[in-house]
Design a protein around this ligand. Structure first.
Ligand code: G3P
Ligand code: MG
Length: 228
């Protein structure tokens, strides 16, 4: 059976605040295959890692993230005293770890003009063990990034079936699709968010290239038992 890669979706939110350095650090220490994380820009154009466009659900702040400078954001905290990490802090933590990173441009609601160039410039300061996979629900973000880094790996995120998936992937110069449901398309597929063990087992057997899960420890145990 092909070994399906297991990605910590926003780190390890089953046990730590989502998209926090504490969760990412635990996942790296426990040899997670991959980490998925969401990138947005502060008012002073610093790339930071947070899922929602607003601060309210996961932090002590309120309103849109884009309206705060990094210094202002640092007044707020996530659960357990964590703060919203910058992309630089996260990449420093990752260092040379053998982990597959999936950077999601969170540009489907707030556009963040120039985010692709800023993210690529930040990434150039690091020498990661593996090239990053870029994803976004916003195809225009992937296209903008492709102009700057044509050889990088790009996956479009969608929760709808993709018609003629192979042709679509080829035409858009993608390396695959990140889908909310398995599609049995002749392309690289990674599926989010898989927390049900039965669904995971079905996907391990199909197989798919990867799954995104809120509980990577549970899913890695499950997969590795099946592979024995
Ligand atoms: O990349 C998979 C998944 O993270 C996409 O949805 O809303 O959790 O960013 P979301
Ligand atoms: Mg995401």
């Amino acid at each position: 059976m092909m070994k399906t890669a297991i990605f910590g979706h926003r780190g390890y939110p089953a046990q730590f605040p989502e998209n926090s350095l504490a969760g990412f650090s635990y996942a790296l220490d426990h040899h997670v295959d991959g980490l998925e994380f969401d990138v947005q820009l502060t008012k002073d154009q610093i790339p930071v890692i947070m899922h929602d466009e607003t601060l309210d659900r996961t932090s002590t702040g309120t309103g849109l993230l884009k309206n705060y400078t990094l210094a202002e954001l640092r007044q707020f905290h996530l659960d357990r005293g964590e703060v919203i990490p910058t992309l630089t802090e996260f990449l420093t933590l990752v260092g040379q770890c053998d982990v597959q990173l999936n950077l999601e441009f969170k540009t489907n609601k707030v556009r963040y003009p120039g985010i692709e160039r800023i993210v690529l410039a930040t990434l150039r300061n690091f020498s990661l063990a593996r090239p990053v996979i870029f994803s976004s629900f916003r195809l225009a973000s992937l296209r903008a990034c492709q102009l700057l880094a044509p050889d990088a790996s790009y996956c479009w995120l969608t929760d709808h079936p993709v018609v003629n998936a192979a042709a679509f992937v080829a035409n858009e110069h993608l390396s695959g699709l990140h889908l909310s449901h398995y599609q049995h398309a002749p392309v690289t597929e990674r599926i989010w968010t898989v927390d049900d063990p039965q669904v995971a087992c079905d996907l391990f057997e199909r197989p798919v290239a990867g799954i995104f899960t809120d509980d990577f420890m549970n899913m890695m145990r499950l997969r590795d038992r099946l592979l024995l």
